[in-house]
Design a protein around this ligand. Structure first.
Ligand SMILES: [Zn+2]
Length: 342
């Protein structure tokens, strides 16, 4: 199967972790960082290509990459290169997400607005590409509630150029605490997705339930550990909530013991809406086609399985329908509106 030729949709890809090694090496050199200039050493020391032995090592990799996003020129360039990557992968509908707080940290010269405008310039340079692209703003759940509110307000103020809000990282507050802020975002026309149910914890199904019930999440980042909870799977079916599944990411973060043991097939068989994504392709040293290869070889995905997941993703994308329909080869069938309250 030629994975590149399959028209694809990617709904879960972190812009900050979607990069070319050569660019990171070059930018790192100009910043005077100790970036290996040899690809193999770079992969071993800067990327996450095997499950992490400890959290500190993983966090250090994020710190290193965070420093690379150092100026408006670099942000614009790396955003444009991420769009080139998407086209090379055969992606027709692409949603990138980024965390303004993550990029801005320790960089007094970069305000949220300057970062966002640089990202938009990068996207604009790709406007001739045959692809529909949307931007999701990430609120890190590790922020204080006051900081989270500031970020959400920034995303709301830029609702013309963001399509949605995402909540990422470890929970430090009850999800319900964000509800009033999310309501404002909904009023501004923004959609909501939430990273939840990623870790193999007994609380995973409850996290997904609160993301849907408290924050009105229309999609869930990962969410795979609802697999043994019939009632939460039923809730996703009822509400038409899609999971943004990222097989290699789930293996690398020890969410599943191996990609072969990933519950993706069981979720599909249970009638849950599943989409296929790469999460952090640059950081993991993978691409979306690599994920298709895993699903084909280890889970027997056929062309029609890929077609079904991509049609589901095209229907659940937050990009305005007319824009995504123009970029998609088949008619996008919107999910039937869920009947709530019966
Ligand atoms: Zn993610």
């Amino acid at each position: 199967m030629n994975y590149r030729e399959i028209p694809k949709v990617e709904l879960h890809c972190h812009l900050e972790a979607c990069f070319r090694p050569a660019t990171v090496m070059e930018v790192g050199r100009t910043l005077g960082l100790d970036v290996p200039q040899d690809l193999e050493r770079f992969q071993n020391e800067w990327l996450l290509s095997k499950p992490l032995e400890n959290l500190e090592v993983a966090l250090q990799r994020f710190v290193d990459i965070q420093r690379i996003w150092c100026s408006e020129a670099v942000i614009e360039r790396m955003t444009f290169e991420a769009c080139e990557y998407a086209v090379e992968q055969g992606i027709r509908i692409m949603e990138f997400r980024y965390a303004p707080d993550f990029i801005a940290k320790n960089k007094r010269h970069l305000s949220f607005q300057r970062i966002h405008e640089a990202v938009l310039r990068g996207l604009n340079r790709a406007s001739g590409f045959d692809i529909a692209i949307g931007l999701i703003g990430i609120v890190q759940k590790t922020l204080s509630l006051a900081e989270a509110e500031r970020t959400i307000n920034f995303i709301i103020d830029n609702a013309e150029t963001f399509i949605a809000l995402d909540f990422a990282d470890k929970d430090t507050h009850e999800l319900a605490s964000y509800a009033p802020m999310v309501e404002k975002a909904h009023d501004a026309g923004l959609h909501v997705t939430v990273h939840a149910g990623e870790e193999p914890l007994p609380t995973a199904p409850a996290e997904v339930r609160s993301a849907i019930e408290m924050l009105g999440a229309e999609r869930i980042g990962h969410g795979i550990h609802i697999i043994n909870d019939q009632s939460v799977m039923e809730l996703t079916r009822e509400r038409g909530v899609a999971l943004e599944v990222c097989p290699t990411s789930n293996w690398l973060t020890s969410s599943v013991p191996s990609t072969r043991e990933h519950p993706i097939r069981r979720l599909i068989d249970a009638g849950v809406a599943v989409t296929i994504n790469s999460d952090d392709p640059g950081l993991f040293g993978i691409d979306l086609c690599h994920e298709y290869g895993i699903l084909h070889r280890e889970h027997g995905f056929s062309s029609s399985d890929f077609e079904r997941c991509n049609d589901i993703a095209a229907a659940r994308s937050f990009i305005p329908l007319a824009t995504r329909q123009k970029a998609w080869p088949r008619r996008i069938e919107l999910p039937v509106s869920p009947v709530i309250g019966f």
